[in-house]
Design a protein around this ligand. Structure first.
Ligand SMILES: Nc1ncnc2c1ncn2[C@@H]1O[C@H](COP(=O)(O)OP(=O)(O)OP(=O)(O)O)[C@@H](O)[C@H]1O
Ligand SMILES: [Mg+2]
Length: 227
């Protein structure tokens, strides 16, 4: 457990700071307008909004997968200027859980989880096994990822996202398509990550996040409001 508690900052620090961000596509479609969002360690922010409201767009900006048209995104205090610096912050500080997790089909499940790790093989394997066990999919380690059920794949994706012990966890519709019980399990796991003093942002249509989120924000007409 100790390794999860080694956060670089204190409790009050801002881990994700999105400041007055606008995102336009193709010069005319403005998806986000002057959006600001600050997330601290220990917070689980539930990002709401109708389909097409811009939730995935905002998560991609937060995860340094794309750049804002205007405004700034800071992760862990540092504005991420260059592409190589962004890649390094992404690798070392950010864990992603995508709606439809993609795995390399030729690798085993555990090898997929280990893939982003800079650790030597045996250490990475031990850490990956520990994470798979934590999310109750340890028995699937040697399976091909294509054989995983939807709920198992989502939990393996959580394990993979945590492999580099990220301070910021971004999850896009992590419970979509899951049965009620498995969805509740995934929500509980995400709440645990916030309790470990990670900063967690979850985009979701799942009202169950009302029970685990520390706060919610809603995207509407390109603007973000507390709600
Ligand atoms: N690369 C892109 N180029 C052009 N338009 C884009 C691009 N990415 C997203 N969009 C548009 O931006 C808007 C917001 O999309 P986004 O995927 O962020 O919505 P969302 O809130 O995640 O929706 P959902 O709940 O359906 O996942 C949509 O109208 C979408 O078509
Ligand atoms: Mg989306």
């Amino acid at each position: 457990m100790g390794r999860y508690l080694k956060r670089s900052g204190g409790h009050g620090m801002t881990l994700l700071e999105i400041d007055s961000v606008t995102k336009e596509f193709d010069g005319d479609l403005t998806v986000l307008r002057d959006v600001s969002l600050t997330v601290r360690p220990g917070e689980l922010v539930w990002l709401r909004g109708r389909s097409g409201a811009g939730k995935t767009t905002l998560l991609s900006l937060a995860g340094l997968l794309s750049s804002p048209t205007h405004g700034t995104v800071r992760v862990d205090g540092a504005e991420v200027g260059t592409a190589s610096r962004a890649a390094e912050v992404r690798r070392s500080r950010i864990g992603f859980v995508f709606q439809k997790p993609l795995f390399l089909p030729a690798l085993s499940t555990v090898d997929n989880v280990m893939l982003p790790s800079p650790l030597p093989h045996s250490e990475a394997r031990a850490a990956a096994d520990q994470l798979l066990t934590r999310f109750d999919v340890g028995s699937r380690a040697d399976h091909r990822p294509g054989l995983l059920s939807g709920g198992e794949a989502q939990r393996v994706a959580l394990a993979r996202a945590l492999m580099n012990d990220p301070a910021l966890v971004l999850a896009d519709e992590p419970t979509a398509g899951l049965d009620a019980e498995t969805a509740a399990l995934v929500r509980t796991h995400l709440a645990e990550l916030a309790h470990e003093q990670r900063a967690v942002v979850v985009a979701s249509h799942d009202d169950g996040f009302a029970d685990v989120a520390t706060r919610s924000v809603t995207l509407r007409n390109g603007e973000l409001t507390d709600a």
